[in-house]
Write a protein that binds this ligand. Structure first.
Ligand code: PLP
Length: 431
């Protein structure tokens, strides 16, 4: 039995200080039935809570930790950067070094701008696309999450789905009316929407590999359809690779599906665990951004030297060994094959999805291809599975609407232990 007494007390206190006791909703374990473990340290693939429980971590700070926690090279880069001052609000060489490396990894990005969060990246990309096209409307896909900017918080996934608030109060009707939504993977609905109003649409934004309704992959030809239709109507196609970038493949989803989007948003891994994200794309579009062009976007801490140092070192680690990400993907496949076999043995009807180093388990007998099928999965069975895994020292994302992440430092032993734990957890889930 898991001891979470200190975390329970800390959570009680936190609830008097912060809404729901947390600084981001999913951390609250709202639907799980135990307090969230309060974390005291993390190293490699291990995360430890204030009660002293150690877990194999598949949350990885929700994606950034592809080289594991407290990687010695990242820590050293941060220590060295800190001694030179933590922020100047002026240009630095390291910003260009990181921008150059990102451009090399993502050839579709001709110019980019660093920001502080994925939310800022998508919000800014939408503004730029609107400025570039002179159009107001955008299209997003139901269950895709692009951060909490007003115009994108419409039928969003992730925490917004977990808490049943796909349309948040506070987003004005005026803002929401310019966001058109369509089901993910529904080719006919998208074609019909573009036929009807494609020439009024500034941007289509998509998670090319969707990770915020659980992990849902694009069906064959779907992303090509988005590319063809947006090109036809002069609409900017934005691939939101904040989550799937650098980890479904080093060069991201766009390299897997051979699609060149007009703009890309990146986050998480690009900051190596510090607050960094970026948006970028075609030079003619990015040259609309101030001060090169008229579309305003700025940030006191954008390009912060500590954040740049952590991001640059992380990207160096995963590019110096050209197979770094591929090896982590292969490890993830062993894990997901093992999870599927464990579920079959226990008689649990599940869909195990994987894309590179991302994976999720849906308690569903039918294929999960969009938000509706994800939402129909058995949440209670998931809860039993999740709690059993936690008790056995496996730290997973506490919602079926989230994705789990494997790093390059998860060991073969970690994977084996996780599969062994899953045998018990699936048995508990099916009772
Ligand atoms: N876009 C995607 C695809 C995401 O998964 C997320 C966050 O999970 C965001 C944007 C928002 O990023 P942030 O939480 O850094 O604001």
């Amino acid at each position: 039995m898991l001891h979470l007494e200190k975390s329970a007390a800390a959570f009680e206190e936190a609830q008097t200080l912060m809404p729901g006791g947390v600084n981001s909703p999913v951390r609250s374990y709202n639907r799980i039935g135990c307090p969230p473990p309060f974390i005291s340290w993390a190293k490699g693939s291990t995360i430890c809570d204030i009660d002293g429980n150690q877990y194999i971590d598949y949350v990885g700070s929700w994606g950034p930790m592809i080289v594991g926690h407290a990687h010695p090279r990242v820590v050293k880069a941060l220590q060295e950067a800190a001694t030179r001052g933590t922020s100047y609000g002026a240009p630095t060489l390291i910003e260009s070094q990181l921008a150059q490396l990102v451009k090399e990894i993502y050839p579709s990005i001709e110019k980019l701008r660093m920001v502080n969060s994925g939310t800022e990246a998508t919000m800014s990309a939408i503004r730029v696309a609107r400025g570039y096209t002179g159009r107001d409307k955008i299209v997003k896909f139901i269950g895709c999450y692009h951060g909490h900017g007003d115009s994108l918080l419409v039928k969003a996934g992730s925490g917004a789905a977990t808490f049943g608030q796909p349309d948040s109060p506070g987003v004005t009707a005026g803002t929401a009316k310019d966001t058109l939504t369509v089901a993910y993977n529904d080719a006919d609905a998208f074609r019909e929407l573009m036929d009807r109003c494609g020439d009024d649409i500034a941007a289509v934004i998509v998670e090319p590999i969707a990770g915020n309704m659980g992990l849902v992959l694009p069906e064959d030809g779907y992303l090509q359809l988005l590319r063809d239709e947006t090109k036809k109507h002069g609409t900017v196609l934005i691939f939101d690779e904040v989550m799937c970038g650098f980890r479904t493949a080093l060069h991201g989803a766009q390299s897997i599906y051979h699609i060149v989007p007009d703009m890309t948003t990146l986050g998480k891994i690009i900051g190596g665990g510090l607050p960094v994200a970026a948006y970028g794309g075609r030079k003619d579009i990015m040259d609309c951004v101030s001060p090169a062009g008229p579309v305003y976007q700025a940030g006191t801490l954008s390009g912060n030297p500590l954040a740049m140092a952590a991001g640059l070192e992380t990207l160096r680690i995963i590019t110096e060994d050209p197979d770094y990400v591929e090896k982590a993907c292969a490890k993830t496949k062993i894990l997901t094959d093992g999870l599927k076999a464990a579920a079959d043995e226990a008689g649990a009807a599940v869909q195990v999805h994987r894309a590179g180093t991302m994976f999720s388990v849906f308690f569903s007998a039918v294929p999960v291809t969009n938000y509706a099928t994800s939402e129909a999965s058995d949440q209670e069975a998931f809860q039993r599975y999740f709690l059993s895994m936690l008790e056995q020292g496996i730290y997973l994302a506490p919602s079926q609407f989230e994705t789990n992440f494997v790093s390059g430092v998860h060991s073969d032993e970690d994977i084996e232990k996780t599969i062994t734990a899953a045998r018990t957890a699936f048995e508990k889930a099916v009772v």
